[in-house]
Design a protein around this ligand. Structure first.
Ligand SMILES: [Mn+2]
Length: 367
């Protein structure tokens, strides 16, 4: 292991050792890595006698809610009245704006913070930062810390780490899967992880409503830029009419990503908030395009292969802006630049998706 990573682990352990009372928070719209790394760190710290609170809204957690330890979550609004922690740990959270708890987000300067993350766009906003750009997941970094500290890793914690690592690596398949990642997987299995159960629950099973939502996503497929960009879209009404949450569409960007020949995959989905807000989930399909650089045009971020952004406009306007920016963007070729025509052969069925706005809030997915 490189020296800087070892030094990061050492400093993170020093921060955690010095704290008696620890608050843990991850990014809005928590994915498997966010919730997995949070639950695993909390479990290990509790086992060595620390007071730990993990702040996350249970309803925001999708399939990873199969994990043990979900009952111990504190609602985000409780942070404002709970005792001030000795240390705030921000996990898998690339920017302050992405922190899921307003009390921590708005008052970040008043807390001693340990940031553990693997987003290359992370500006190192913590008091102490353990950020490894090319790590598979925040969960792998947390596992490094637990092992180096000699803290016990229960089956409950190991399963949380398994879900975190498998979520962020596409079950050990993306380029972020390193030899060390597979070694982590082997170690976690030795700790008793029930991988058949977790993989089935997190990646294979979906509710009937979520399966119907997926059908709408497939039906919305459009190819842009002469086939270089594959896109899908879902309006908030699609979620509402089926009783689905944003977490039900966590991996839908994989639908356009799978279209052969596409350089970039884009998933547009309308926010549930009253204000017109559209989230854009981006994937570089084969390395030709830097998804993070593209997301940054709209104030978003993430990784080269996977990124996201939020636009303060409705679905149609978001599509127009993104399409305009895609035209001529490095790696997208050939560009059409007209913003109107859909390339021949693309399946278009917009009748399934209502354009009207809706309510609840949802975060931008960002691996
Ligand atoms: Mn992650």
């Amino acid at each position: 292991m490189e020296k800087t990573r070892q030094e990061g682990i050492r400093r993170a352990i020093a921060e955690l050792n010095a704290a008696g009372d620890v608050a843990i928070v991850a990014h809005k719209g928590p994915d498997g890595d966010a919730i997995g790394s949070s639950l695993a760190l909390a479990s290990a710290l509790r086992a060595v006698g620390k007071r730990v609170r993990v702040y996350a809204r249970r309803e925001d957690v999708g399939a990873p809610s199969v994990l043990d330890g979900m009952d111990s979550l504190s609602p985000p609004e409780a942070a404002a009245t709970d005792p001030k922690p000795d240390l705030l740990v921000c996990l898998d959270c690339a920017t302050v704006a992405r922190i899921a708890v307003p009390h921590f987000r708005d008052g970040i300067a008043s807390f001693r913070t340990l940031v553990i993350d693997h987003h290359e766009s992370n500006p190192r906003y913590g008091t102490v930062n353990f950020v490894v750009d090319d790590a598979s997941s925040t969960s792998e970094l947390v596992f490094d810390i637990l092992k180096a500290a000699g803290w016990p890793v229960s089956r409950e914690a190991a399963e949380a780490l398994w879900v975190g690592i498998t979520t962020d690596t596409g079950r050990f398949s993306y380029s972020s899967t390193h030899p060390s990642t597979l070694e982590c997987g082997a170690e976690l299995l030795r700790l008793g992880v029930r991988q058949w159960h977790l993989n089935d629950e997190v990646f294979c099973k979906a509710s009937l409503a979520a399966t119907r939502l997926r059908a709408l996503a497939y039906a919305s497929l459009e190819m842009w830029c002469d086939g270089a960009v594959a896109t899908i879209r879902l309006d908030a009404d699609a979620y509402e009419s089926l009783g689905c949450a944003k977490s039900d569409s966590e991996d839908f960007v994989d639908i356009p990503r799978a279209v052969r020949g596409a350089a970039m995959a884009v998933f547009f989905y309308r926010s549930f908030s009253a204000e017109p807000v559209t989230h854009v989930s981006l994937r570089s399909c084969d390395g030709r395009v830097d998804a993070c650089a593209f997301a940054s045009i709209f104030g978003g971020g993430g990784h080269r292969a996977a990124a996201g952004a939020t636009l303060d406009c409705g679905l149609a306007e978001a599509e127009r802006r993104v399409r305009e920016a895609l035209s001529g963007f490095p790696g997208i070729s050939p560009a059409t630049g007209d913003g109107g025509e859909v390339s021949p052969g693309s399946a278009v069925n917009r009748d399934f998706v209502s354009p009207s706005p809706s309510r609840r809030d949802a975060g931008t997915p960002c691996r």
